[in-house]
Design a protein around this ligand. Structure first.
Ligand SMILES: *Cc1c(COP(=O)(O)O)cnc(C)c1O
Length: 402
């Protein structure tokens, strides 16, 4: 393997260290049986993803297959309403309708270079499963997606998409039969197939190096934001960048190139469900405590004796009991500010964007929009909102509120 010199990174308090930690969060808490797989990734991911042939293929596909760069759009009527200058980063216009494909393209190219010809993934609502099945079809790799039996019933259209794309959808029948159980099954599958299989994780979660690797793939979002802002406003840095946080991959991508720019305020929107203290919420930073989930140390919602609490959100993508370790660090250090947005607030924000701008956002993304009412940004300030996905998949939910 010819290894090239990696791009020199600036000194940053927010990058991962060599052990895979952001502050006290991160690491690789995995069963011994997974060591070989994870170690192979840890040792190779940076070498591979910064090789010129990788960068060329990755950016070529982002451009010609995904449709990047996605527009940065000055939302005039929304700006007027909030008396500030609001730009929308249109990840909803990516192929497959959300940012998730940026990561699955990167990981499938990595898998090929590691000599893997099979892909395994887990999915909750099916969005990551679809993004994974899509790139497997593109590259002709075999794809197995584990999905909770209950989620398979709830998310029939995405199950159909995955099957049409050629993936095998395997039901996880243990425990609560949802995402957590699908993740356990996918990990077990990977342990049993370490040589020919790569596990594509869908967010900035999991053992090191996944959070860092996924953040790097998604960082194309803030890279584009900077050059587009420079072109449209004459300044690379906005006053605010806002994104919703489920596991945190779209937020990590939107924040990445602003982490060391202290004048840029980073705003994260979590799912407040029926209200933070209602018992039906996914407001991790408000309710969570440090703990280990899915292979890394982070903040997670848990009972006194450490059992994971089932989260609730109206948006499937934010219905996760933890956040990635980078976000736990951004929260603990105060670098990012977190808001908990309720189900109702997100729906109102979704209708508002639709009526003012003719854009139906994913309900996940609508959580980011709903923070506008709390920010009170000034009329001379610039706000960038990462519109992580489109709302087509959420029409049935929106209709209940019409
Ligand atoms: C999956 C998803 C999210 C949440 O995932 P992150 O890793 O937090 O980005 C947000 N928005 C959309 C549209 C999604 O599909």
């Amino acid at each position: 393997m010819t290894s090239i010199e990696q791009p020199k990174e600036k000194e940053t308090a927010f990058g991962v260290n060599e052990k895979g930690y952001y502050g006290q969060f991160g690491g690789a808490y995995i069963p011994e049986m997974l060591f070989p797989n994870v170690e192979e990734l840890q040792q190779n991911y940076l070498d591979i993803i910064y090789r010129p042939d990788f960068q060329e293929e990755f950016h070529g596909l982002l451009k010609n297959y995904v449709g990047r760069p996605t527009p940065l759009y000055l939302a005039n009527r929304l700006s007027e309403k909030y008396n500030t200058n609001i730009y929308l980063k249109r990840e909803d216009l990516c192929h497959t309708g959300a940012h998730k494909v940026n990561n699955t393209i990167g990981q499938i190219l990595l898998a090929k270079r590691l000599g893997k010809n099979k892909i395994v993934a887990e999915t909750g609502a099916g969005q990551h499963g679809v993004a994974t099945a899509t790139v497997c079809a593109l590259m002709g790799l075999e794809c197995i997606v584990y999905m909770g039996e209950i989620d398979i019933q709830r998310q029939a259209p995405n199950v159909a998409r995955m099957k049409m794309l050629g993936a095998e959808v395997r039901p996880a029948t243990s425990g609560s039969k949802t995402l957590k159980d699908a993740t356990n099954e996918a990990m077990r599958h990977w342990i049993n197939n370490p040589v020919d299989t790569h596990y594509i994780i869908g967010s900035v979660v999991g053992p090191h190096p996944y959070p860092d690797m996924v953040a790097r793939f998604q960082s194309v979002i803030s890279e584009e934001m900077r050059s587009q802002l420079l072109e449209q406003t004459g300044k690379e840095n906005p006053d605010y960048v806002i994104a919703c946080v489920g596991g945190g991959s779209n937020a990590a991508g939107a924040f990445y190139h602003f982490l060391d720019e202290p004048e840029v305020q980073l705003i994260a929107a979590e799912a407040g469900g029926h209200g933070i203290y209602s018992g039906l919420s996914a407001a991790t930073t408000f309710l969570g405590k440090p703990g280990v989930l899915h292979g890394s140390k982070s903040i997670l919602m848990q009972t006194e004796d450490g059992q994971v609490v089932e989260p609730h959100s109206i948006s499937a993508g934010l219905d996760y009991p933890g956040i990635g370790p980078l976000h736990a660090h951004l929260w603990e250090s105060g670098r990012a500010k977190f808001f908990a947005i309720t189900d109702d607030e997100s729906i109102q924000a979704g209708f508002e964007l639709t009526k003012l701008e003719g854009i139906i956002p994913a309900i996940e993304s609508a959580h980011a929009l709903a923070t506008l009412q709390y920010l009170k940004a000034g009329s001379d300030e610039t706000v960038v909102i990462n519109l992580s996905g489109r709302g087509d998949k959420d029409l049935a939910t929106y209709m209940k509120y019409l």
